[in-house]
Design a protein around this ligand. Structure first.
Ligand SMILES: Cc1cc2nc3c(=O)[nH]c(=O)nc-3n(C[C@H](O)[C@H](O)[C@H](O)COP(=O)(O)O)c2cc1C
Length: 173
């Protein structure tokens, strides 16, 4: 089972579109996949689920994190880095067992030119701190709006090839 973390709580995000595409592709390869979207977090989780507190709604998400040993983080570029809500989510998950000793791949995306290069590097440092092994092949998808047609389908063959290569490597990781 690969658990995809869609790393923003923004509604109708391109991150979630990309996460859904990756989920379909992983399943087509015969591997189970699931998405945890940060839009599913309880609205008040910074109060209900930090520093030793746990709500029933968050517990269900925590259980899915705990049960998974492989992750794909899809991470948008916000203000030159990864979204604060993603770090807050990780801070709210139980430490160290949520991610320690497990494996993950990272995909960055942005409206601008950089595809969240800095955000993925920063996230890698944080992940290594809590002993999450990061696949060396990271993917950066800049100018994300040019990758999608009006129906929200990914249209650039080269990008789809790179995604496929990364998913193959994650499955073998
Ligand atoms: C709070 C916020 C900050 C953003 N900062 C950047 C940025 O620094 N660089 C950039 O290229 N795009 C930036 N964007 C645009 C996102 O990269 C863009 O919306 C893209 O589709 C990925 O985000 P999404 O998954 O929320 O759609 C920002 C968007 C938001 C909501």
């Amino acid at each position: 089972m690969i658990t995809i973390i869609a790393g923003t709580n923004r509604q109708a995000s391109n991150t979630l579109k990309l996460a859904n595409y990756c989920k379909d592709q992983i399943q087509k390869k015969g591997v189970a996949a699931d998405i945890i979207s940060l839009t599913d977090l309880p609205d008040n989780f910074i109060v209900s689920d930090m520093y030793g507190k746990r709500s029933e709604a968050f517990q269900q998400i925590q259980d899915r994190v705990s049960a998974s040993d492989t992750f794909l983080f899809v991470i948008p570029e916000y203000n030159g880095g990864y979204p604060g809500v993603l770090k807050t989510f990780i801070d709210a998950c139980t430490f160290p067992d949520s991610f320690s000793g497990k494996k993950a791949a990272l995909i960055g995306l942005s409206a601008g030119k950089y595809g969240n290069i800095r955000g993925l590097e920063h996230f890698t440092g944080i992940a290594h701190y809590f002993n999450l092994h990061i696949l060396p092949l990271k993917l950066h998808i800049p100018t994300i709006n040019a990758e999608l047609d009006k129906q929200g389908n990914f249209i650039k063959e080269n990008t789809l090839k790179f995604i496929d290569q990364q998913l193959e490597q994650l499955i073998a990781f």
